[in-house]
Design a protein around this ligand. Structure first.
Ligand code: 13P
Ligand code: SF4
Length: 314
C-alpha cells in the first residue's frame, strides 16, 4: 500500500501535509515523500509555499480548509470529510456573527480551529503557536478583543497578556479532559519530571506546567531541555515525534482520569484518528473529499490568515 501511495503522490504531483496527532505511519510517509509533519501554523505555511498541484491534508477539516483558502488554485483533499474538531463544531457562523455584531468595538480574533466562514468574519486568525504574540501586539495598540472559540486558550492568553478579551465558550474535548488533581499526584510521583501542557487545557492544568505551548513548542522542549522525564498533556499522537527526536527520554501521559472524569477521548482526538493509510490511498485513487469553499469567503478568510503568516514571519 505504501509503495502504491508513493507512486500516486509522484504521478499526481501531490504532497502530504500531516499534523503531529495523526498516526506515526502517516507522519513517516509525509516526511519520506517530501511533505511535512507539523503544527497547524506551519502546515498552513507549507501548503502555500510548495509547488505541488494537489495538497493532501492528514489532519482535520479546518486544516484542509486553511490550505485551500491559502492556495485556491491548488486541489486540496482531506482523508475523511467527517474529521472535524469540537472547537469548530461549537462555533457555528450564524451565532458567532450575531455575537460579533453585538460588540463592534472589539477586534475579532479567532483560533485556526474554526470554519472558513468564521475565519472570514475575523480580523485576525491565530494558532496556538502565535496567539500570544498577536494578542500582545493588539493589546499594545490599545485594542479590545473578541476571542473565539477556545475558552481555555483564551483564558491563558488573557492571563499572559492582560488584554481585555471577551471569550466565546468553546473547548477541545481532548484537552479539556486533562485533570489537574491527577496531574498534581503524578508530579508527586515524578518530582524530577518536566510538565508540558498544550494551552487548550483547563487553567488548573496549565497552572501546573513547566512549559505551555503549541505542539511544535512541546516537541522542542522534549528535544532541548535537560530533564530526562516529561509528563505530557496533549493528544498522545504527539509521542511519535517526541520519541523520534529524543529516543532516550521517558515520556508519561498526563492523566485524563480523576474526579469527574469520563475519559471521553482518553487523550486522543477521535477525528484525528479517522486518518489512515487506506483512506489516503483511496483519495489518491478517486480524488474524493476535495475541499471547496465559496469565493467570497475564501477572499475574506485569506486576508486574515495571510496577516498571521506575514506577522509570524517577522
Ligand atoms: P497546534 O497548532 O499546536 O498543532 O494545535 C492544533 C490542534 O488542533 C491542537 O489540538
Ligand atoms: Fe480539535 Fe481538540 Fe481534536 Fe485538536 S485535538 S482537532 S482541538 S478536537
Amino acid at each position: 500500500m505504501i509503495k502504491q501511495i508513493k507512486q500516486l503522490l509522484k504521478q499526481k504531483n501531490a504532497v502530504l501535509v500531516a499534523h503531529y496527532y495523526v498516526s506515526g505511519e502517516l507522519q513517516t510517509l509525509a516526511e519520506e515523500t517530501g511533505g511535512l509533519v507539523s503544527d497547524s501554523l506551519e502546515m498552513a505555511r507549507f501548503g502555500q509555499n510548495c509547488d505541488a498541484d494537489t495538497i493532501i491534508v492528514a489532519g482535520v477539516k479546518f486544516m484542509g480548509e486553511t490550505a485551500k483558502i491559502l492556495s485556491p488554485e491548488k486541489t486540496v483533499l482531506v482523508l475523511d470529510n467527517n474529521a472535524t474538531c469540537s472547537l469548530d463544531e461549537e462555533c457555528p457562523i450564524e451565532e458567532f456573527s450575531k455575537f460579533c455584531d453585538q460588540h463592534p468595538d472589539r477586534k475579532i480574533v479567532v483560533y485556526a480551529n474554526t470554519s472558513a466562514a468564521v475565519k472570514a468574519r475575523a480580523d485576525w486568525v491565530v494558532t496556538s503557536g502565535s496567539a500570544l504574540k498577536v494578542v500582545k501586539h493588539l493589546h499594545e495598540q490599545g485594542e479590545k478583543i473578541l476571542w473565539a472559540p477556545d475558552k481555555h486558550l483564551g483564558h491563558y492568553v488573557q492571563n499572559e497578556t492582560d488584554a481585555d478579551m471577551l471569550l466565546w465558550q468553546g473547548a477541545c474535548v481532548v484537552h479539556e479532559a486533562f485533570k489537574a488533581d491527577g496531574l498534581a499526584a503524578l508530579k508527586v510521583k515524578h518530582p524530577e519530571a518536566c510538565v508540558l501542557v498544550h494551552p487548550e487545557s483547563p487553567q488548573a492544568v496549565v497552572d501546573l506546567a513547566d512549559v505551555v505551548g503549541s505542539t511544535t513548542a512541546l516537541i522542542n522542549a522534549v528535544k532541548n531541555r535537560d530533564e530526562q522525564t516529561f509528563i505530557v498533556a496533549t493528544d498522545n499522537g504527539i509521542f511519535h515525534k517526541m520519541h523520534e527526536v529524543a529516543p532516550n527520554k521517558t515520556l508519561i501521559e498526563a492523566p485524563t482520569m480523576g474526579e469527574g472524569a469520563d475519559c471521553e477521548s482518553c487523550a486522543h482526538c477521535e477525528w484525528m484518528a479517522m486518518n489512515s493509510l487506506e483512506k489516503l490511498l483511496s483519495v489518491l485513487q478517486t480524488g474524493e473529499n476535495e475541499i471547496k469553499i465559496d469565493e467570497n469567503i475564501t477572499q475574506q478568510a485569506q486576508y486574515s490568515i495571510q496577516k498571521l503568516l506575514d506577522f509570524t514571519e517577522k
